[in-house]
Design a protein around this ligand. Sequence first.
Ligand code: ADP
Length: 411
Amino acid sequence: MDKRTGLPVVGMVGAGQLARMTQQAAIALGQSIRLLADSPDDGAALVTADVEVGDYRSLPDLLRFAEGCDVVTFDHEHVPGEHIRALAAAGVTVLPGADALMFAQNKARMRARMAELAVPGPRWIDLSAAGAAGAAGGPTDSRIDGAEVRAALARFGQDVGWPLVLKAISGGYDGKGVWVVDSVADAEELLQSGPPLLAEEKADIDFEIAALVARSPFGQGAAWPVVETVQQDGICTEVIAPAPRLSAELADRASQLALSIAGQLGVVGVLAVEFFVTRSGGLLVNELAMRPHNSGHWTIEGSRTSQFEQHLRAVLDYPLGSIAQTAPVVVMANVLGGPADTTPALDERVHHLMARWPDVKIHLYGKEFRPGRKVAHVTALGDDLELVRGRARAAADYLSRGDRAGVPDHD
Ligand code: ADP
């Protein structure tokens, strides 16, 4: 509790753009978040007064950071589960808790739990040592026989058809940690020197969607309209709300599934469930994120309650806010860093963009522009999908690369 204001203090582990935008929401609630940052230059550390610089993998650092926090939550999923349990045992309220968060940290556990809950997903097998030994029914033995793993992969490929998708069980993001392989031989290098892996059937994807929901400890739930997420090379480049190609029936099913997953896993805060919509019209869960998510950035302007405010409300067990959409079409486009010699300079690009499209909202993350890195996003709102989408895309490309192709002189 902040003695001066009498309002709660939310601690956030990690100080990237998610924490930065959470701080923005906290301000309106009379709060200021407390951060555990890797560096004082992190995007959120630059805009937050109460910053502890430390290592999220160190329990002493986490314990020191948690002092004075009413609740501790996360900007990323990398805090070791045993540390989260130790914090909870020391009396710290950590939300989401370790029992929920492990399904966002470990794709094999997530897949196994989704199967138990009869939630549809791609067929998969665990190729990691513990998983393979478990699958063989034998004792858990870390000296897993490599030949067995290769045989299991060959059988799986035969059953579901090549190519397969191999994934790092933990730690992947933005498509880093996802590989498509055509054969066991093609997977050899990864099997030998890659991280612990699972293999998945390559889904016949028509398009990808995300269902974003929030859940409070009281059990209140809120589901934003389901969005389409446009991916390029494993990176989300655009989010369209509501998902224009999705039938009302599938949208409803995705929302219900996400709310049910949040309840069954005991998630508190924001949960994003990424789905594939297959060409045969099926829904498959791809992955879970238990924090504000890139697929929800559009809610800052596009919803009465942003995902960042809702996450704070949820972890503080405040009643949740309205998720009504503020315009018929909302499109968020990510801005990836372009070449270092991009011209005109960023400040000038911002200037031009503001002049051209006063209604496009720019969110810069306070990060250095590096090629391919998510450094900002833009949001456009309106009635006409093609127009709004074109504007968001062109604005993002212009900020990213100074590419004027989509930026007309007159609108
Ligand atoms: P990350 O954790 O890096 O975001 P994801 O598991 O979301 O990784 O995968 C990134 C992208 O790779 C997905 O958005 C999708 O386009 C593609 N992908 C992942 N799994 C599969 C799959 N089983 N079948 C087909 N494509 C997949």
